[in-house]
Design a protein around this ligand. Sequence first.
Ligand code: SF4
Length: 328
Amino acid sequence: MSENLIRIKDLRVSYKTDFETVRAVNGISFDLNKGEVIGLVGETGAGKTTTALSIMRLLPFRTGRIDSGSIEFKGIDMLKVPDSEMRKSYRGEKIGMIFQDPMTALNPVIPVGDQIAEAITHHNKEKLNKAQVESRVEAMLELVGIPAFRKADYPHQFSGGMKQRVVIAIALACEPDLLIADEPTTALDVTIQAQVLAMITELRKKLGMSMILITHDLGIVAQVCDKVAVMYAGELVEQGTLEDIFTGDKHHPYTIGLFGSIPKLNEETDRLETIDGMMPDPTCLPEGCKFSPRCKHCMEICKQSPPVEFIDGKHRIACHLYAAHESN
Ligand code: SF4
């Protein structure tokens, strides 16, 4: 039986200011086994990054709050782990994160080698001497395709793709069990995107890590993931295996909309389909189904009550359409 690595149950996260409450994540549940990759897909503002920051316990100190739910990592309740323990044993050691923008993820006034070394020494204080840390830094740079002699260079001396490789080296420096990659290729051009993605996949397999890949690109999901979870307005509207999402015959209207907006190589199209409307304001979410203002199939019940989940094996769709269909 596969070993469970992380289990998230009914997670609710909000950002509170003096004036309003942003409901960023609204009751999501998913789990991931050892060695698996799950793709968290959705538009900007769907709550993907907030989910990642909640796992890392890196929500903004003054405003971000986990309201309810649980995050279990290797059977440990992550919400009860003290901050000092999170810093010492989890963040960067058992769970690594590749942040979205390599330009801002690196410190501009510290050589990249020292930034990789910081991650290594922080988690291996007693075990490695200076020479061992140096050789590990060099090995990490080589691993991500950067010559070791460039360890003394500063971030501004690297291209965007190379900066992202350094960020990946930092995230992998302690060989974490779980890698969270938050849109790791968004800031890169298409050719470099493909290289970085291939490198992450190869390293992940080599080191036997699980991964949560956050992206809005279904093409990337198809290449890399075993499971997919589609997020909308802080909720998981559909989740399943890669086959369920890419070849199954039932889909949430939002997932259908996402697929409709991808160009198809074997079809001539004048205009790509779009999903009408905008993501709802997270300070004032609609009653019932959050997608109802944009949904072509919206029924009266959709505006009144949250959708009942349709479940078929591992495939889950939160939509009244299928609940209604199943009960007929
Ligand atoms: Fe559309 Fe209703 Fe399904 Fe929501 S529950 S996606 S509004 S059909």
